[in-house]
Structures are given as structure tokens and as C-alpha cells.
Write a protein that binds this ligand. Structure first.
Ligand SMILES: C=C(O[C@H]1C=CC=C(C(=O)O)[C@@H]1O)C(=O)O
Length: 349
């Protein structure tokens, strides 16, 4: 159960929790009409909580709220779209990275030698800022990406993170499970090629293999194209009905990281990432969402930005799946386009 509050009360709660260094999260689920607010109160095993997990799986944040608050999105300020975004004012901010192109080249060579089938490489860009509008950016994201999980969370040690993720990692309730296989990206006038369909199939195969060890019935939806701003992705939803309710934490731990954010085979691609990527992903490609006893609805933390208020800088992250059919320039452009997904909605003074 949640209590509906005004937009003004929501701002007051956000500010109060920030000044008290208290963990909180504001989020809107895909296609939902409500924004939810959780602030950390106390641990209670029985209560719903918001889970935030990093990519490496060694940092977990759990936000246990005393009360859950919500705001109707109809009540939001509709004028936010007139705010110029950072991207419109500084369209040449994305600088060329030769180092990252070299990394893509090395990955393709390793794949050609047969060491790996797919590896998802990523990079980040840093942007300095003076005044950043959290509120207007959040509202812009809601309007721009109605089919994404829009989130803003704060932790005293890890700062602010904001994101617009298109990818459901796992949704489970009673004996029902839903997983989204999302991989394969195009933009502009690009057409789908074998590269995208093959990298997409790797994710589906991995999920199906994992589910093989459980008793139940499976339903695989037709692959569809989803749009997130100017990007298009391939998505296949996989449903599973268990004969007996499983331990969903066990499934989650086997599932993550999927080949959509890591690669295949898992161990080899993880090793490649840790050895070569050259930076710490932290919460990018980790997962976030709601957990209530054995039920969960978790999304991968993609298209996200870490905002360091004290240093007045932000870090934006993006990656892409590298396979034998990858083209260095196209993979590079894919990360640039994914960064633009969020960069285009940031509002500064
Ligand atoms: C790793 C990212 O995207 C994943 C999700 C969708 C499509 C992807 C791709 O086509 O490579 C990636 O697997 C990212 O957005 O940083």
C-alpha cells in the first residue's frame, strides 16, 4: 500500500533525506502512471524494499521504507520539455576515444580466436557541471521514455544515480517468472543485420539453458522491436510457470550477469571485462528494483549517470555487445548513441 502525496511534498521528502544523508529512491516503472518514493527507515524482514546491487556483486544497498509514497504523473509540471537539454547546447561533447576502439579490436580478435563468443564492453564519459536540475531531468526522462524504468537514488557513499533502463532482468510472483532478453541495437537509418540477431540469440539461449534445470512450463514470446528514444532494441520475453515455487534469489544469482551486459561464456567474458575494461562499472550493469519476500521486479541499471554533487561532475556509462560480426566503428557509435539516450535529457542551468 502507498500513500498519495503532492509533488511539493515529494520534493520536501527528497531534500530532507538528502540533508540527513539518508538513502532514498524515486522511481517510475515502465508504463506506470505513478512515481514511487522510498526512504530508508529500518530493516524489517516482512516489508517491501528497494534493492540496489552493483555489477561485481559485492555492494548491496537495501532501502527499507516505513511508508511508501506515490505521486500521480498527471500532476507533474508539463512545461519541462521546453527546458533546453545539455545535448542541444553542447552537441560536440562526446570526444573520440582511441583506447576504447583498441579494446573493441582486441575483443573481436579474441572472439575470432575462439576464446569467447560474445563480450559486452563498456566505457564512461565525465562531464563537469555547475547547476544540475534533478527535478526537470527526472520529469523529462519520464516523458521521453514511458517504457523504461526511470530512477533516481541516493546513498551517502555512492552519491546520486539516475537512469532510464529499458531492460527487465527478472519479475517473479508466486510461481510465475518473466525474464526479458534484450540485446541488439540499431539507430537512425541502420537496418537489422545478422550481428544483432545473433547477439540477441545468445542471450535467449543462456536464459533457456538456466531454466532447463527447473520443472515447469515455458512460453517464449515472439521477438519484438522496442524503441527507447532514437534507439531500437530486439526484445524477447520469456515466461516460466514453476510446478513448485523456487527460491528466486538462487535463480537471480545464476542469471546475473546475463550475456546482455557481460557475455558468453560467462566466466571468460567476466575475466575479459575485469582484465581489460580498465575501470570500475560500480552500479552500471548492476540491478535495481523492488523485492517483497520471494517476489521481485528487478531491472538492469542501464542508460545511467552517476552525479557527484560535491565534485560537480557526472559520469555517464554505456556498452555494447561485441561478437565475431562486430565492426569497430559501429560498436563505438553504439556506445555514443546510448550515452546520448540519457545525455539528451539532462537539464542544466
Ligand atoms: C550494455 C548496454 O546495453 C545492453 C542492452 C541492450 C542492448 C545491448 C546491445 O545491443 O549491445 C546491450 O546488450 C548499455 O546500454 O550500456
Amino acid at each position: 500500500m502507498s500513500t498519495e502525496i503532492s509533488v511539493f511534498s515529494l520534493y520536501k521528502k527528497i531534500i530532507k533525506n538528502y540533508y540527513n544523508h539518508n538513502n532514498f529512491v524515486v522511481f517510475k516503472k515502465p508504463y506506470d502512471k505513478k512515481i514511487f518514493f522510498y526512504s530508508h527507515y529500518n530493516c524489517s524482514l516482512d516489508v517491501k524494499f528497494f534493492l540496489i546491487q552493483n555489477f561485481k556483486h559485492d555492494h548491496t544497498i537495501k532501502i527499507y521504507p516505513k511508508n511508501i509514497y506515490c505521486v500521480d504523473i498527471q500532476k507533474l509540471d508539463k512545461k519541462t520539455n521546453i527546458f533546453p537539454s545539455f545535448w542541444e547546447k553542447n552537441s560536440s561533447f562526446l570526444t573520440d576515444s582511441c583506447k576504447y576502439k583498441k579494446l573493441i579490436k582486441d575483443a573481436i580478435e579474441n572472439i575470432k580466436k575462439g576464446f569467447l563468443k560474445k563480450v559486452v564492453l563498456s566505457r564512461f564519459i565525465k562531464i563537469p557541471f555547475r547547476n544540475f536540475y534533478f527535478k526537470n531531468t527526472f520529469i523529462k526522462l519520464i516523458h521521453a521514455y514511458p517504457n523504461a524504468l526511470i530512477s533516481l537514488w541516493y546513498n551517502f557513499h555512492y552519491g546520486f544515480w539516475m537512469g532510464c533502463s529499458p531492460e527487465l532482468l527478472i519479475e517473479c510472483h508466486n510461481k510465475k517468472l518473466k525474464i526479458s532478453a534484450l540485446a541488439g541495437t540499431i539507430w537512425g537509418s541502420k537496418k537489422w543485420t545478422k550481428k544483432e540477431t545473433e547477439e540477441h540469440k545468445i542471450v535467449i539461449k543462456y536464459i533457456l539453458h538456466l531454466l532447463k534445470s527447473y520443472k515447469g512450463s515455458i512460453h517464449i514470446e515472439n521477438t519484438k522491436i522496442i524503441k527507447i528514444g532514437h534507439l531500437k532494441h530486439l526484445e524477447t520475453l520469456i515466461h516460466f510457470l514453476f510446478y513448485e515455487e523456487p527460491n528466486y534469489y538462487e535463480i537471480l544469482n545464476c542469471l546475473h550477469p546475463t550475456p546482455s551486459i557481460c557475455g558468453y561464456p560467462k566466466k571468460k567474458s567476466l575475466d575479459f571485462i575485469y582484465k581489460n575494461e580498465g575501470y570500475e562499472r560500480q552500479f552500471y550493469t548492476g540491478y535495481i528494483g523492488i523485492v517483497h519476500q520471494n517476489n521481485m521486479e528487478l531491472y538492469l541499471n542501464l542508460r545511467c549517470v552517476k552525479i557527484k554533487e560535491d565534485k560537480k561532475e557526472m559520469i555517464l556509462y554505456a556498452g555494447s555487445g561485441i561478437t565475431v560480426d562486430s565492426n569497430i566503428y559501429q560498436e563505438y557509435m553504439e556506445t555514443e548513441n546510448k550515452i546520448k539516450n540519457i545525455l539528451s535529457q539532462l537539464v542544466f542551468k
